[in-house]
Write a protein that binds this ligand. Structure first.
Ligand code: AMP
Ligand code: ZN
Length: 488
C-alpha cells in the first residue's frame, strides 16, 4: 500500500521549519550521513543518531524511493578538540595502544558494524573512508584555493571564512553570526598561521614523525575533518543532493563548514534538506565518552554497567529510541527502558495473535483509517512516537475484537496484520527477538511436511523420500502415523 508518498514533510534545519519533501530527481533520493570516527567503541549516543537515520532510510525505501545512502567512516583528520587543534584521535589511540593507526581503524570499524547489526540497521549503499579519498580531497582544496577562498600557510591550507562571508553567508545553517564568532575565539597554537581567527584548516601540515600523512602540492600532510565529508558526498551524490544527516552537535562547525567548502568550490548549495538528530542523555547529561557519561551497547546488553538495573535486549533499546522523536532529546534510565520493554512485548504478543482473531462480515472500525494514521505519523517529519501510539490504538481494537466487543472482517484482519508488521519490523526496524530458533523452525517444518504429503498423494516417492532423507541427514526424524506426520 503506498499512501501519500507526496506528503512526506521533513524538518529542514536550514529553513528552521517543516517543509514538503521534494527530491531533486523524481523517485530517487541521495542521503548522506556523517559516520563515526573509528578511534573508540561507539557509545549509545552515537548509536541513537545512526538508528534514527536507519529509520529515515527505511521509510524512504518503504515509500518506494530508490535511495543511495552514503555513510562515511572517518579514519583520519578528526582532531582531539573537534577543530584544528590537538592530535588526530586515531593517531592518539594508536600511540597509547602501541599499534598501527590502521589497526585502530580496523578494530573499531568492525566493532561499529557489529553494533549496527545488533541494532538491525541496514548497511549504507556506500561506506567511503577518508583515507581512501585523499586524491578527491586534494583536488577539492586546489579548486577552493583557485577560487580564492583558501590560502596556504606554512604547509597547511586554511579556509578564509571572512572572505567567504563577504560573498556568502557563513552561519546560515547554525544561525551564528561571524561577529559573535570573533568575540568567542580563543588564541591557540597555529592561530598565527591563519589570516582570520575563525579560519579552519582544510589541509594540515604533518610533522616528520606523523604517521598518517600524504604528499600534496603543499607538502606532506593530511586532510581536515570537515573537508572529507564534502569531498565524499560530492563524489557519490553529486554537487547537489537531497538529504544530509548527523547529530545536532555536528551542525556547527562541521556542517556549516561543509556548506562553505561546497559553495566555495562550485558555487552550489550542496544539500536540500539538512536533518539533525538530537542527543541521547544519561541522567540528564549528554552521553559522551569524554565526560565519562556513556554506556557501550555491549555493556547495556550484558547488564555490566553502573547505570542500569538489568540487561536490555537490543530490540527493546531500539524500540525505546523510536518512542521519542528524533529531534527531541532522550534520557536513558533503567525505569524508562523497563517500561519500553513491557510495551514492546505487549505489542509483539498482539501481532502474533492477530491471525487467530475471530472474523465477521464487517469490521466495526475502519482499518484503512488506522493504516492511514501510520502513514500520517511518518509523513509528519518521521514522527515515530505518534506512529507507535497509533499502533497501540490498533492493539486496543484487536483486544476488543478478541473480547467480542468489536468485529473485524477477514480481509481487514489480513491488512492490519500486514501493515502493523510492515511498520514495526520494516519501517521501525524491529525484530521479534523473542522468537527462539525452534519457533522459527516450526512453520518451516510444517511447510516441508505439507510438501511431502502432497508428493506422497501424487505418488511422487522420489520427492517424498528426498525430503525425509534430507531431514534425517541433519538429525530430524519424520514419524508417520494414522493421524499424519510429525517431526522430532
Ligand atoms: P563521532 O564519532 O564523534 O563523529 O560521532 C558520530 C555521530 O554520533 C555524530 O553524528 C554525532 O553527532 C553523534 N553523537 C555523538 N554523541 C551523541 C549523543 N550523546 N546523542 C546522539 N548522537 C550523538
Ligand atoms: Zn561529516
Amino acid at each position: 500500500m503506498n499512501f501519500n508518498k507526496k506528503q512526506l514533510t521533513i524538518y529542514n534545519s536550514l529553513e528552521g521549519k517543516k517543509v514538503l519533501f521534494n527530491p531533486i530527481k523524481d523517485g530517487f533520493v541521495g542521503l548522506y550521513v556523517c559516520g563515526p570516527t573509528v578511534y573508540n567503541k561507539v557509545h549509545l549516543g552515537n548509536c541513537r543518531t545512526f538508528i534514527s537515520f536507519d529509520m529515515v532510510y527505511r521509510y524512504l525505501l518503504h515509500l518506494g524511493y530508490k535511495v543511495r545512502y552514503v555513510r562515511n567512516i572517518t579514519d583520519v583528520g578528526h582532531l582531539v578538540d573537534d577543530s584544528d587543534q590537538g592530535e588526530d584521535k586515531i593517531l592518539k589511540k594508536a600511540r597509547l595502544e602501541k599499534i598501527e593507526p590502521m589497526e585502530v581503524v580496523q578494530q573499531y570499524t568492525l566493532d561499529f558494524h557489529k553494533v549496527m547489526n545488533d541494532f538491525n540497521c541496514l548497511s549504507p549503499n556506500i561506506e567511503p573512508t577518508a583515507t581512501g579519498h585523499i586524491m578527491e580531497q586534494i583536488e577539492m582544496i586546489r579548486v577552493i584555493i583557485d577560487n580564492g577562498f583558501a590560502y596556504e600557510s606554512n604547509g597547511s591550507v586554511y579556509f578564509d571564512v571572512e572572505k567567504y562571508n563577504r560573498k556568502q553567508n557563513y552561519g546560515e545553517l547554525s544561525g551564528r553570526k561571524i561577529e559573535d564568532l570573533i568575540s568567542n575565539t580563543r588564541e591557540l597554537d597555529g592561530q598565527t598561521e591563519k589570516r582570520g581567527p575563525f579560519d579552519f584548516a582544510i589541509w594540515k601540515k604533518a610533522s616528520s614523525e606523523h604517521i598518517m600523512k600524504w604528499r600534496s602540492p603543499w607538502g606532506f600532510g593530511f586532510p581536515g575533518w570537515h573537508l572529507e565529508c564534502s569531498a565524499m558526498s560530492t563524489k557519490y551524490l553529486g554537487d547537489e543532493f537531497d538529504i544530509h544527516g548527523g547529530g545536532m552537535d555536528l551542525k556547527f562547525p562541521h556542517h556549516e563548514c561543509e556548506i562553505a567548502q561546497a559553495m566555495a568550490s562550485n558555487g552550489k548549495k550542496p544539500v536540500r534538506y539538512w536533518m539533525h538528530g538530537n542527543m541521547l542523555t544519561l541522567n540528564g547529561k549528554k552521553m559522551s565518552k569524554s565526560i565519562d557519561n556513556s554506556i557501550l551497547p555491549g555493556e547495556l546488553f550484558s547488564g555490566e554497567n553502573d547505570f542500569m538495573d538489568k540487561p536490555f535486549d537490543p530490540m527493546v533499546v531500539r524500540f525505546f529510541m523510536m518512542q521519542a522523536h528524533y529531534r527531541s532529546t532522550l534520557d536513558f534510565t533503567s525505569e524508562a527502558l523497563s517500561a519500553a520493554e513491557k510495551g514492546y512485548h505487549r505489542l509483539l504478543n498482539t501481532i502474533n495473535e492477530i491471525e487467530n482473531l475471530p472474523t465477521n462480515v464487517d469490521s466495526s472500525e475502519s482499518v484503512l483509517k488506522i493504516v492511514k494514521s501510520f502513514y500520517d505519523a511518518m509523513n509528519d517529519d518521521f514522527n515515530t512516537p505518534v506512529l507507535i501510539a497509533n499502533i497501540f490504538e490498533a492493539v486496543k481494537y484487536i483486544n476488543s475484537v478478541k473480547k467480542g466487543d468489536e468485529t473485524i472482517s477477514s480481509s481487514d484482519r489480513q491488512l492490519l496484520k500486514e501493515e502493523m508488521s510492515t511498520f514495526l519490523f520494516y519501517v521501525l526496524g524491529l525484530k521479534d527477538s523473542n522468537l527462539k530458533s525452534e519457533d522459527r523452525l516450526s512453520p518451516v517444518m510444517d511447510l516441508l511436511l505439507q510438501l511431502r504429503e502432497e508428493a506422497r498423494n501424487n505418488k511422487d516417492w522420489k520427492t517424498s523420500d528426498k525430503i525425509r532423507d534430507g531431514l534425517a541427514s541433519i538429525g530430524i526424524t519424520i514419524k508417520d502415523s494414522k493421524n499424519g506426520s510429525s517431526w522430532d
